[in-house]
Design a protein around this ligand. Structure first.
Ligand code: GLN
Length: 478
């Protein structure tokens, strides 16, 4: 059920908040063996009565978002026993709105990854096909909504970690403008790219939750001033004469049979959207620049991650290993605490940050980022939004070192969503169809601060495409 449907049942007293919590908790526990979406499932119905539309609604939270008194691991061995002493702003706001936390969800270790196979509690599986990945890093969040355990979940998105698993799992995933939602209490990965994002069954629910969690926060100096609008009202406004664009070279980059199928569906949907009054144009983008998106993202994010995670020494947070000197303690803690994948990213990050490499690697990556953002900002003057396929279909589970790559099309098709983080743009993924009985998503990105416009157009697209409250088995025998 979506939020509106649950709201109705609660308001009509067909079920109490307590009963709903118990049922949801049972569902979460039962799903664990099959899907492994949760690090922690809460034991008690912690509920504060409120007048908000989220009063009594169950939800899940990614396990890199701090919850006072509740284990928050970042899905890493180094923090496997870490219990925060303060609440993140997003959790605090949800608590005050009467929403009920069901559990903390599995991520790729420290949010670095796109597969959902690297968390310290094991692989997260895709509810549509358990031999496939859920995508990451917000894997458990996407799964908990896709499986119908909770109607919404909170994740984080540094490169595409909300919008990609949403696509792989057939749900809606929205990352608002950088600074729209406070990141106070989110474990930082790459601060210039990190966003909080929302998973739900449809655009309306995503707008509703964004209204509750957005806003200025004195604890996060990157937050934007409050907008005196409600997205839930904005999405209902009549919208005509909007023009979108898609990037030709991204569409043409599909190389596998599966991704070509995805492009076919994308083109069909573009025709349908045009037939329904949305103007859409094809735009050409420098191919070399597109090919440098992922390397640029990787350089900036690894450098920032190495710096941000240098506080995981064993002295302040989490596990502490033995050693005869402080240095030995640190070395042992970090050696045993991080997986190979994380160590690889920190080695890359440290290399990039070496004084002699900074100019050539780090600063050049930042220049490329700026060129991309300037080009997109220019296009957003002419167009209302950028529409693209969110990627290919969820790959088969593969736990080897290549898990970072997500298959043949990793260079462009599977990673172009990082553009949304480069410019801090609002960006949303919605279901657009099925390939091999797996859901595939369409993504819409708008100019920075145009969250209302983005949600409004998304809601039109959702109506025209006609996949709302996506359920397994809806389309064909899955
Ligand atoms: N898949 C990307 C990565 O590997 C994005 C991760 C994210 O957005 N947290 O870093």
């Amino acid at each position: 059920m979506n939020i509106t449907e649950i709201r109705e049942k609660l308001d009509k007293k067909e079920i109490s908040i307590e009963e709903l919590y118990e049922k949801t908790k049972e569902h979460a526990k039962k799903s664990q063996e099959k899907l492994n979406a949760f690090v922690t499932i809460t034991e008690k119905c912690e509920h504060i009565e409120s007048n908000s539309p989220l009063n009594g609604i169950p939800y899940s939270l990614k396990d890199n978002i701090s919850t006072k008194g509740i284990l928050t691991t970042g899905s890493s061995n180094i923090l496997k026993n870490y219990v925060p002493i303060y609440d993140s702003t997003v959790y605090k706001k949800l608590k005050e709105s009467g929403a009920v936390l069901i559990g903390k969800t599995v991520l790729d270790e420290l949010a670095m990854g796109g597969s959902g196979v690297t968390g310290h509690t094991g692989i997260v599986k895709n509810p549509w096909d358990q031999s496939r990945i859920a995508g990451g890093s917000s894997a458990g969040s996407a799964v908990s909504v896709s499986e119908g355990i909770v109607p919404f979940s909170i994740g984080s998105d540094t490169g595409d970690s909300v919008r990609k698993p949403a696509s792989y799992c057939g749900v809606v995933g929205f990352k608002p403008t950088y600074g729209r939602i406070s990141r106070f209490g989110l474990f930082p990965f790459a601060s210039s790219l990190d966003h909080i994002g929302i998973f739900a069954k449809n655009v309306q629910d995503v707008a509703l939750v964004t209204d509750i969690v957005k806003g200025f926060d004195e604890h996060d100096m990157t937050t934007l001033p409050d907008e005196e609008i409600k997205y839930i009202d904005e999405i209902k406004k009549e919208m005509k004469g909007k023009t979108l664009f898609y990037i030709k070279e991204i569409i043409e980059s599909a190389s596998t049979e599966e991704s070509k199928e995805v492009i076919k569906i994308f083109k069909e949907q573009i025709t349908k959207l045009k037939d329904n009054g949305i103007k859409i144009e094809e735009v050409s983008f420098n191919k070399q620049l597109l090919e440098s998106l992922y390397p640029t993202y990787f350089i900036i994010s690894c450098a920032e991650a190495t710096s941000n995670n240098s506080n995981l020494t064993g002295f302040i947070f989490g596990n502490r290993e033995k050693g005869n000197t402080p240095k030995e303690v640190m070395i042992n803690t970090r050696t045993n605490g991080f997986s190979e994948m994380i160590k690889r990213r920190f080695i890359i990050g440290s290399y990039i940050l070496e004084r002699e490499n900074q100019e050539k690697l780090f600063l050049n990556a930042k220049r490329v980022r700026r060129i991309v953002v300037e080009k997109l900002n220019e296009l957003f003057k002419k167009y209302d939004g950028l529409i693209l396929p969110a990627g290919s279909i969820a790959p088969k589970i593969n736990t080897n070192e290549e898990a970072d790559r997500l298959g043949e099309d990793y260079l462009i098709l599977e990673n172009h969503l990082v553009m949304g983080n480069f410019g801090g743009y609002p960006s949303i993924t919605m279901p657009m169809g099925y390939v091999k009985n797996m859901p595939v998503g369409i993504n819409l990105t708008c100019a920075a601060k145009e969250d209302a416009l983005c949600l409004n157009i998304a809601s039109q697209i959702e109506k025209i495409i006609g996949i709302k409250d996506n359920k397994k088995g809806d389309e064909k025998d899955v």
